[in-house]
Write a protein that binds this ligand. Structure first.
Ligand code: UD1
Length: 372
């Protein structure tokens, strides 16, 4: 089995690609995989670290409307299309898979031109522009939320398969004890995991300052706050300035990025998250109750729709970014800590939404596309 997989820009497109690729390699004999991304995306950092063959094309994002700027961009990135065609012709894949981000556009388009079976995986309730365009060229569309079906109405129902979003197997296999040991967390305290998506979230980071101050030294709770690479130094500096001594109180851990996120999830009793689709798939697979703060500038406000899909099942509560403050976070956290039944009920409802088998379902779907 030879496969090209493409997806990029943010972790929310890259980790699904890695997970699907690994699952296919597990199921298929003699699998060769090539990952196509861009030099600028996070994939250029993550994919080689994960041990995949990686090549890049040049491509820029399109606006979400018909415009001259888009026409210009298409001309400028024609080189990306030609390079994709050359890559696909040389690699001769049996299947080409896209997991979103504009890098997928030329790659999947090339597969379609060269009559190679292809599929896309859409993580969000509201599909991204690239996947919306690509839908008419690919054989299958694997959707992460049932609600996304409503946005692909012009396609045949059998073309669209609800699979859930793929999560790394370590998300399920990591144990609480391993997580606590790896991250230096105390088994005697509840763990609050705070993550603003793969790039961090400034508004959450800012609001967390007051939360750290309030819970610093608290015996009941410990906080693992992941700031994103760019904001780490300023957040640590702000904490120092506010007189919060992270090292001596011991219950507040601040990290720029976690390469071992599955261990952190395994240890978490409650989470404060943005509402990126993969993060939510990980939370629900583990049944972690969550306070969600959707990123308000995500395309077509799609994070709000992702978050509401959890909230309407009672698996999470949602705070609007514009209403976010230290006080509202402290209040929500304390309300949940003081009501273990409510927390347990959220955890149960979260787990009911989880689809830990999604990666295998998607991998089998991809394998079924291979021509005999
Ligand atoms: C701003 C924006 O448009 N974000 C989009 C992006 O989100 P973003 O990339 O933030 O995505 P997600 O929350 O979906 O996924 C993040 C992934 O990165 C991992 N991770 C994150 C932080 C860290 O320190 N370590 C780590 O491993 C998470 O465990 C997860 O696997 O893609 C998602 C999937 O299409 C969309 O739903 C989001 O709306």
């Amino acid at each position: 089995m030879r496969m090209i997989i493409s997806g990029g820009g943010t972790g929310g497109h890259i980790y699904p690609a890695i997970t699907i690729a690994r699952e296919i390699a597990k199921l298929a004999e003699h699998c060769e995989i090539l990952f196509v991304g861009t030099k600028q995306g996070l994939e250029a950092d993550i994919i080689p670290k994960e041990g995949f063959d990686f090549t890049t094309i040049e491509v820029r994002g399109l606006e979400r409307k018909l415009s001259w700027k888009n026409v210009q961009t298409l001309f400028n990135t024609a080189g990306g299309v030609w390079k994709s065609i050359r890559i696909v012709k040389a690699f001769k894949p049996d299947v080409v898979i896209g997991t979103g981000g504009y890098v997928c556009g030329p790659v999947l388009l090339s597969a379609s031109l060269l009559k190679i079976p292809s599929m896309i995986q859409e993580q969000n309730v509201i599909p991204g522009i690239t996947n919306k365009i690509l839908a008419r060229f690919v054989d299958k569309i694997a959707i992460g939320y049932q609600e996304a079906r409503g946005y692909f109405t012009e396609y045949k129902p059998e073309q669209i398969i609800f699979t859930g979003n793929p999560i790394r197997p370590e998300v399920m296999s990591a144990t609480r004890e391993e997580g606590q040991a790896a991250l230096g967390l105390s088994p005697a305290r509840l763990t609050l995991l705070v993550v603003g998506g793969s790039r961090g979230a400034r508004s959450i980071n800012n609001a967390m300052l007051g939360v750290h101050k309030h819970f610093s030294g608290n015996r009941r709770i410990q906080i693992l706050h992941v700031t994103g690479q760019n904001e780490y130094n300023s957040i640590v500096g702000n904490n120092k300035q506010a007189g919060i001594d992270i090292s001596s109180d011991g219950n507040i851990i601040i990290k720029p990025y976690l390469y071992n996120m599955p261990l952190a999830l395994a240890a978490a009793d409650l989470a404060i998250f943005r509402a990126g689709a993969v993060g939510l798939a990980e939370l629900t697979a583990r049944g972690i109750p969550a306070i969600l703060v959707p990123y308000p500038y995500a395309a077509e406000n799609h994070q709000e729709f992702n978050a509401q899909a959890l909230a309407k099942q009672g698996a999470a509560c949602v705070i609007a970014d514009k209403e976010l403050s230290s006080a509202i976070l402290i209040d929500t956290i304390e309300r949940l800590l003081d009501n273990p039944e409510a927390l347990a009920d959220m955890a149960k409802k979260s787990k009911e939404l989880g689809r830990p088998q999604a990666a295998e379902t998607i991998a089998r779907l991809a394998l079924s596309l291979k021509k005999p």
